[in-house]
Design a protein around this ligand. Structure first.
Ligand SMILES: [Zn+2]
Length: 174
C-alpha cells in the first residue's frame, strides 16, 4: 500500500464547496464544542481501531476507547518516522500501556482536572516522572481545534488528521 503523507485527505471533503470554507466551519464547530462542554466533558484522544490498515505501517495493541498519550522516540524513530519499531507513529494507552498508530478525537466524561489526574496516575503506574500536568494539558491542546470524530495520526512530533468526521455527523454536532 502506498503511504499517503500530508495533513488531510482533501478528497474526503464533500464536493462543490471550498475546502477552506469547510475547514473553517469545522474549526468553529470544534470551538463551539469546547465551550459547550467546559467543566463536564473534555475533548481528548482515545485509541481507535478505525482506519487501521489505511497505512502500511499501522499497528494497534490498545484497548478500544482508552485515553492515549504520546512519548519520546528512540534513535531509529527519530531518524525515520517509518522505522519498524513504530515509536514515531505511536500513541500509548493510559490504561493498557500498549501502542496504536490511530487515535480518535472524542468527548470523554471527565473534567480537565479529572483528565490530568488520569494522566498522572498512569504515568505514576509506569514509574514515569516529569512535568506530568503540563504534558497532560499539552495533549488537550493538541486536539483543541479538531472536531470530535476526527482520526489523528503522528509522524514524530507532527500530528495530522488522517480522517475527518463524516459531513452528516458534523451537521448533527451543530
Ligand atoms: Zn523507536
Amino acid at each position: 500500500m502506498r503511504e499517503h503523507k500530508g495533513p488531510v485527505d482533501l478528497e474526503l471533503f464533500g464536493p462543490g464547496e471550498d475546502v477552506l470554507v469547510q475547514a473553517n466551519r469545522m474549526l468553529e464547530l470544534a470551538r463551539a464544542v469546547n465551550e459547550a462542554t467546559e467543566g463536564v466533558m473534555t475533548k481528548a484522544l482515545v485509541a481507535t481501531r478505525e482506519s487501521q490498515g489505511t497505512r502500511a505501517g499501522d499497528f494497534y495493541e490498545c484497548t478500544q476507547g482508552e485515553l492515549v498519550c504520546v512519548g519520546g522516540m528512540c534513535p531509529d524513530g527519530t531518524r525515520d518516522p517509518y522505522s519498524d519499531c513504530g515509536c514515531a507513529r505511536a500513541f500509548y494507552g493510559l490504561a493498557s500501556h500498549q501502542a496504536t498508530s490511530t487515535a480518535l478525537v472524542t468527548m470523554v466524561p471527565l473534567s480537565r482536572d479529572d483528565y490530568v489526574e488520569a494522566f498522572r496516575s498512569s504515568m505514576a503506574a509506569q514509574g514515569l516522572t516529569g512535568d506530568v500536568a503540563c504534558e497532560a494539558l499539552e495533549m488537550l491542546d493538541l486536539v483543541a481545534d479538531w472536531c470530535p470524530g476526527t482520526i489523528v495520526e503522528r509522524r514524530g512530533w507532527e500530528f495530522t488528521v488522517r480522517r475527518l468526521p463524516p459531513l452528516p455527523l458534523i451537521g448533527e454536532i451543530r
